[in-house]
Every structure is written in C-alpha cells, then in structure tokens.
Ligand binder design. Structure first.
Ligand code: SF4
Ligand code: SF4
Length: 314
C-alpha cells in the first residue's frame, strides 16, 4: 500500500499563520507564478523521512525558540492590518539609512534590495508588496564548528527566532514612518529566500543549497520585509557567480554529507526543479543528529574569509 506522505499533502501553515485572514479591501496581494516551486514544511519532512522522536526529545532545549518563531510568524501575518496606506512610496536617503542602522542594531549582518520575482513566491502563496528588503543574520562560527551538537542545534533555532523578531521590528519601524510593510518570517516564509537574496546581490547558492555570503559564508539565516517603496537601491548585479566555479573544485559538502543528500551534479527531483540537494535524504541526519549542519560547518566559506578564498581561487 502506498504510504501517505504528509509533506506531499500539506503545503501550507494553518490559515491563521498566513496573511489570508488579515487582508483588507485596500490590499492587493501578489500571487506566485504558476510554475513556482512548492514549499517544503521541514517538520513534515522530518515526520515522513526523519526521526520525529529525536526532535521531540530536544523540545526542552529549543521549544522556547521554536514556539517563539511560530509566534513571530503569526505577528508577521496579523500585523499587515496595521499598514497605513498613506500613499508614501518614496523613501529619502536619511530615512533609508535610519532603517538600515536600526536593522543592524538588531543584529542584521547584510541587507539587499530586489523586486520579488513571482517565480520565487511559493506556489499558492501571496505576498502583499512587490519589493523586498532581504536580511541576513549570522550563525555563530564557534557554535557551528561544534556541529552536530546541542549548541549548534540551539544556534539554528536562535537565528530562526531572532530574524523573525527583526523583520517584525523593521516592518513596524517602516509603518511608523508612513510606509507599508509585510514582514516575511524566517520559518514558514512565503518566498524562497535563497533566489530572492541572490537577486538582492547578497550572495549565490552553493552546492549545499545555501546562500553563500561575503559576510559569513553559508552561516546565515534569511528573511525579508516586502514593501511598495519604489525607490529602493535595488541590486543591479551579482558579484558572487565565481563561487559556483569554486564549488566545482571543492565538493567538500558532497563528501561530508552523511546521507549522500548533496549531489556533485544537479538532479531533477520530484518537484520537477533541478537541485543539488535532496531534503528527503537530509531529514534523517537532520532529525537524529542535532540538526546535522555538517554542510555548513565544513564549507570553506564558513571558516575562511570570502576575500581570501576569492584571491586564492583567482
Ligand atoms: S544537513 Fe547534514 S544531511 Fe543535510 S545536507 Fe547538510 S550535511 Fe547532508
Ligand atoms: S562546501 Fe564547497 S562545494 Fe559545498 S557549498 Fe561550500 S564551497 Fe561549495
């Protein structure tokens, strides 16, 4: 008998964690492209392919951060009803500098700007505004060096929670100044943040499927604030394409992955899209071994400065 896979059946968080119940008549959300990817709900992947009992055992260590992340997701959704719709769609350079300084004071490492490609909005999802401020925050190098371990696992959830708090605070900051904003949460986001961050010039995806950034390599957590501000300094080019060539000479994450979940050449997976990583294979070590994270730990960009690696490579 064919096994029922929850991760195939359920593609959305409960309705109250989405923007849908909080929409007002002045809202005109932007839908995903018909060929957009479907999202992966990680806890359901763990139930289908991993070891949920191991995850439950660690709830006492990360439960506060996990439930806090869901709370921030709820806040992101319901706070859209506070958008001022004042008509302000241009931001002056001082106010933008204030927004950036505020985000950095909260722990943001890098900020990029892009119009969101509807292909990157998950299939069946909607966002409220067409442009994005994309944020990275850093996962602590020393904690990730200990992976797989409880400190590295807690660090994963700390960053999920904190970037969720940050995007809600930045969205509030914008609203108080008359701008519209929709905070995209770190967990259960409506957009595939990796390609959106690439469009925002923040990095490029490595073979480990993660965004490789200049500031902290793949040791980053991503989230975004969507807005209808029209004069943001959108990224015009991405200077990180050389990293793809570097990956071809490296393949460390391919060799270190305990589940053979990272392929040396991209494969077309069940969702029809090419990928280097099969998250169904990753689910078991991810759930058994404190979040695994070996593909982050051993990536040279986690440990050596981006500029040094670039110089050596050239
Ligand atoms: S987290 Fe572990 S199992 Fe998953 S892709 Fe990375 S190295 Fe492989
Ligand atoms: S470990 Fe090597 S191959 Fe894997 S993402 Fe990092 S640089 Fe690329």
């Amino acid at each position: 008998m064919k096994r029922i896979l929850l991760s195939e059946k359920i593609k959305k968080a409960p309705w109250f964690l989405t923007i849908e119940p909080y929409l007002r008549k002045q809202d005109h959300p932007i839908a995903s492209h018909p060929e957009a990817r479907q999202p992966r709900i990680v806890p359901l992947l763990v139930i289908d392919y991993g070891n949920p009992a191991a995850r439950i055992k660690h709830m006492r260590d990360v439960g506060r951060l996990l439930f806090g992340s869901v709370g921030e997701m709820w806040k992101s959704a319901k706070s859209i009803s506070q958008n001022p719709y004042s008509g302000k769609k241009n931001i002056d350079s001082q106010t933008l500098a204030d927004v950036e300084a505020y985000a950095k004071s909260l722990g943001v490492a890098e900020i990029g700007y892009t119009a969101v490609n509807p292909l990157y909005i998950f299939r069946g999802f909607r966002i409220l505004f067409p442009n994005a401020m994309v944020f990275t925050i850093e996962m602590d190098r020393e904690k990730i060096r200990q992976a797989p371990s409880l400190p590295s696992y807690i660090e994963i959830w700390r960053t999920y929670y904190e970037v969720g708090v940050i995007v809600n605070k930045v969205a509030d900051f914008l609203r108080q100044r008359g701008f519209n904003a929709h905070a995209g949460p770190a967990v259960g986001g409506d957009v595939n943040y990796v390609p959106a961050a690439i469009d925002a010039g923040l990095g490029i995806s490595g073979k480990n499927g993660l965004l490789i950034t200049r500031h902290s390599g793949p040791r980053v957590r991503l989230a975004a604030v969507y807005t209808d501000i029209e004069n943001l300094p959108f990224s015009q080019e991405n200077q990180h394409h050389w990293v793809r060539d570097y990956c071809e000479t490296c393949n460390i994450c391919v060799r270190k992955c305990p589940a053979d979940a990272i392929y040396p050449l991209a494969k077309v997976l069940a969702d029809g899209a090419p990928s280097f990583i099969d998250h169904t294979k990753c689910a078991m070590p991810f759930s058994n071994d404190n979040g695994c994270t070996l593909c982050v730990k051993f990536c040279p960009f986690s440990n050596v400065s981006y500029d040094k690696l670039k110089k050596r490579f050239e």
